[in-house]
Design a binder for this molecule. Structure first.
Ligand code: HEM
Length: 315
């Protein structure tokens, strides 16, 4: 998961582009996270909803020093923002299906706020303020709180993020390039996975390592990595690179991984999911026998400039 990096990142940290991404995407090292997904109330205008979310961001000081990342159902953003939306990006509108009626459910919502900070109290306060501000327009459809586990491990006990790009390379991988519609924005796949801890922990460590495709203690890639291991089924040399900000979530008895993956191209994420499900070749990722996807949404996370165009005057 997140490498050691102390706290907040500011807009100015991401250099080399005229457009600024929402900086929280790259703000590694924050210990507390909240993901709040919203459904627009029926009869409410999508433009008013986007404007309400855009207005949450300012002024930064009222947000209590937390990172706030806002994403929208791609079709909703396109309807409101037109030219500033990337071409061909779609919501998670259909289950991803594999052999034996294996399914990753489509649970697309209208928007997500990902709030992160060093302590849960500020994250909690800001999330509640945001929900209250949006309440007339949208209701909470899903909510998840996350926290790091032994620095950078997920709740399988493995290091998660070893093959992640460095912060130097991540913007190029995660952000739509300048000159393209939606420049400075990113496509986010947010997918909650509940672990079957009992089944997982009944496996000896060498068997777990074959499932992931890496060693448990220090995350070294296995020489003879099985073809159905997780790392093989999501191999970035095959599908293209993505930037992951996965976090553990849940309680002692009911927990898992919040998959949080960013890419400049949706097809990389789609192809990885389909390959995990064994859609084309019938070979399911071994990890999917120990973890079950319970949600799945794609969101477009626009650049700060594109989002701010919708902020109400005086916000
Ligand atoms: C229960 C859910 C998941 C868990 C616990 C999990 C855990 C892991 C672990 C431990 C690794 C190896 C270390 C690393 O390189 O980070 C890994 C690699 C990776 N995972 Fe996942 N993952 C999950 C879901 C997903 C999903 C849904 C995707 C894509 C849509 C994905 C994409 C990747 C990628 C791209 C890699 C690196 C592959 C490579 O190029 O070597 N993971 N994951």
């Amino acid at each position: 998961m997140d490498e050691a990096y102390d706290g907040l990142i500011t807009d100015a940290t991401i250099k080399g582009t005229a457009v600024s991404p929402q900086a929280g995407i790259f703000a590694l090292g924050t210990a507390s996270h909240s993901y709040v997904e919203f459904a627009v109330r029926s009869g409410m205008e999508e433009r008013g909803f986007v404007s309400a979310i855009a207005s949450l961001r300012e002024p930064r000081t009222t947000m209590g020093g937390v990172n706030l990342v806002a994403g929208f159902r791609p079709e909703l953003w396109r309807a409101v923002a037109g030219d500033s939306s990337p071409r061909g990006v779609e919501g998670f509108n259909h289950d991803v299906v594999g052999p034996g009626d294996y399914r990753m459910p489509a649970k697309q919502n209208d928007a997500v706020l990902w709030i992160s900070g060093s302590e849960y109290d500020v994250v909690f306060d800001v999330a509640r303020q945001a929900i209250a501000a949006l309440e007339p327009l949208a209701q909470v459809a899903d909510e998840t709180s996350s926290w790091p586990y032994h620095h950078d491990r997920d709740l399988t006990g493995f290091i998660d993020g070893s093959e992640n790009p460095s912060l130097i390379d991540a913007p190029e991988i995660a952000l739509i390039p300048e000159g393209s519609p939606g420049a400075g924005g990113s496509i986010l796949l947010l997918q909650k996975w509940t672990h079957d801890a009992a089944a997982w922990e009944s496996q000896p460590i060498p068997a777990q390592e074959k499932v992931i495709g890496r060693t448990k203690v220090d995350s070294v890639e296995l020489q003879d990595r099985p073809k159905d291991s997780h790392a093989a089924r999501t191999d970035q040399d095959q599908f293209g690179k993505i930037f992951r900000r996965n976090m553990p979530f849940g309680t002692v008895t009911d927990h898992g991984t919040m998959f949080v993956g960013f890419s400049s191209e949706q097809r990389r994420l789609v192809a990885m999911l389909e390959n995990m499900a064994g859609k084309a070749d019938g070979m399911r990722d071994r990890l999917t026998y120990f973890a079950r996807a319970t949600t799945g949404s794609y969101y477009f996370v626009p650049s700060l400039q594109d989002l701010r165009r919708f902020a109400s005057a005086g916000a």
